[in-house]
Design a protein around this ligand. Structure first.
Ligand SMILES: *Cc1c(COP(=O)(O)O)cnc(C)c1O
Length: 444
């Protein structure tokens, strides 16, 4: 954008607590992010469009590094991935955590150093493992017994691959049943309680081409309390102590995963990172001292908390109707660009943008344009009663797990991503076109 905007005043009375720090009321009823009015972004790129505040992403990376000064901070790429995001994570000194050959190869092609990357996955394909070895990924996280021999066999002669073993500590935490991964009744990791974790470690140690550097544990997502992390540290260090007794093994790394919760609506809790860092460090020091173990280096893997609050989704209202006592506000996107409400019942706080509503707020259901009754973007949202077709809606906290989970449903085309910074907007990812959709259809 060639226009550079002057200083704006903070939005009077508006609760911008879940918006990027740069959000200001640029003129009555409009909001600017990164110094760019959102109405201008919508005019320039069309809707739906995702807006990413570069300074907010970078600031969140810096906060992690400052809050966990001795730890390795790995950005979980599955939350949101594009070339710019790869560069920002690299420049801010983060590592990266990937879950597939695709994410891995994309990030490396965009210039990310593979040795600072960790590969996860409960079902790694031959291509995942081959790509990890070919590109020289830093560590592979073992998630199943069968993977151990498979990976070892794929490592070239005279070479060794660093690995961690993902353990399940038996701790229930996380914002929704579908994102809890710390208990024995879900598909990820190897249980500490039933001995599978210990057994896997023994098998790894029997493979000369694998070098076990540590244990990994990811409890789930959208966790807002430090307690489960502290409990996890205690159980994982307990396992480390048993492994030292059994094998004389001293592990140098403890990766505590991610899952750090953020607020999606004003008033919701976010995980306190300073409290997390303090509590985890204290517990790690204490548990290791009791067990007579050296303190391993900590790693954390935030995805959502790095990029979620930096993103805003913009939609155009296409229809408003009242049915069965509910006001439905239908927009030009929906579950194809944000499946999270349908998957996990997530709630958002959309705002009318571009004009001040002339009527008091009413409770509405913001729905998408897709052919599913479950295509709800924001249940129980508050919008001015005079909301009408043509209005713009902005949904904050849209940076994580929206576009990375987007689909081609109804051939609507996935939205573009624009970065905003210092009063300028630029396109990072263009809108998916009819050409893109047709290009893959190669038969008759
Ligand atoms: C998804 C995932 C993360 C990131 O989770 P967030 O909730 O985005 O912080 C980190 N580590 C692993 C292993 C994951 O699967």
């Amino acid at each position: 954008m060639t226009v550079v905007h002057g200083p704006a005043v903070p939005a009077a009375g508006a609760d911008l607590s879940v918006w990027p720090a740069s959000a200001t009321e640029s003129r009555p009823g409009d909001l600017a992010v990164g110094g760019v009015p959102l109405t201008e972004v919508a005019d320039r790129y069309g809707t739906p469009v995702y807006v990413l505040d570069e300074a907010e992403v970078r600031e969140r990376c810096r906060t992690y590094r400052a809050t966990f000064p001795d730890a390795e901070v790995l950005y979980a790429a599955k939350a949101f991935l594009c070339r710019a995001m790869v560069r920002w994570a690299d420049e801010e000194g983060l590592g990266m955590d990937v879950c597939s050959a695709g994410e891995l190869e994309f990030a490396v092609a965009a210039g990310f150093p593979p040795e600072r990357m960790v590969l996860h996955g409960n079902a790694k394909s031959p291509r995942d493992l081959e790509t990890a070895l070919r590109l020289g990924v830093g560590r592979v996280v073992i998630d199943s017994p069968s993977e151990i021999a498979r990976l070892a066999a794929a490592v070239g002669p005279g070479r060794r691959q660093k690995v961690m073993v993902r353990v399940v500590p038996g701790i229930s935490a996380g914002g929704h049943e579908k994102v809890r991964t710390g208990t024995d009744d879900q598909k990820f990791g190897l249980s500490i309680a039933d001995g599978h974790a210990q057994h896997a470690v023994t098998r790894v140690l029997g493979q000369p081409r694998l070098e076990l550097t540590g244990l990994h544990c990811h409890l789930g997502s959208q966790i807002t309390s430090v307690r489960p992390y502290v409990a996890a540290v205690r159980r994982v260090v307990g396992l480390m102590a048993r492994l030292r007794e059994q094998h004389g093994l001293v592990l140098s790394e403890l990766d505590l995963g991610g899952g750090h919760g953020i607020a999606y609506r004003p008033g919701e809790d976010a995980l306190d990172l300073t409290a997390l860092s303090r509590a985890v460090r204290a517990e790690l020091a204490d548990a290791c001292a009791s067990a007579g173990l050296p303190v391993p280096r900590l790693a954390v893997e935030p995805g959502r908390a790095v990029v979620g609050p930096a993103g805003v989704a913009l939609y155009r209202v296409l229809a408003v109707k009242r049915s069965g006592g509910t006001v439905f506000v239908a927009v030009d996107g929906g579950m194809s660009d944000n499946p999270r409400p349908a998957l996990y019942g997530v709630r958002y706080a959309p705002r009318l943008i571009g004009r001040r509503g002339a009527a008091d707020p009413v409770r509405v259901t913001v729905v998408g344009r897709h052919c599913e009754a479950g295509d709800v973007l924001a249940a129980d949202a508050e919008l001015p009663a005079d909301v009408r077709p043509g209005d713009l809606l902005a949904v904050p906290v849209a940076g994580a797990y929206h576009l990375s989970m987007s689909s081609g449903y109804n051939l609507v085309g996935r939205p573009p991503v624009a970065a905003v910074r210092d009063g300028r907007a630029r396109l990072l990812v263009r809108r998916e076109s009819m050409e893109d959709l047709r290009a893959r259809d190669v038969g008759l």
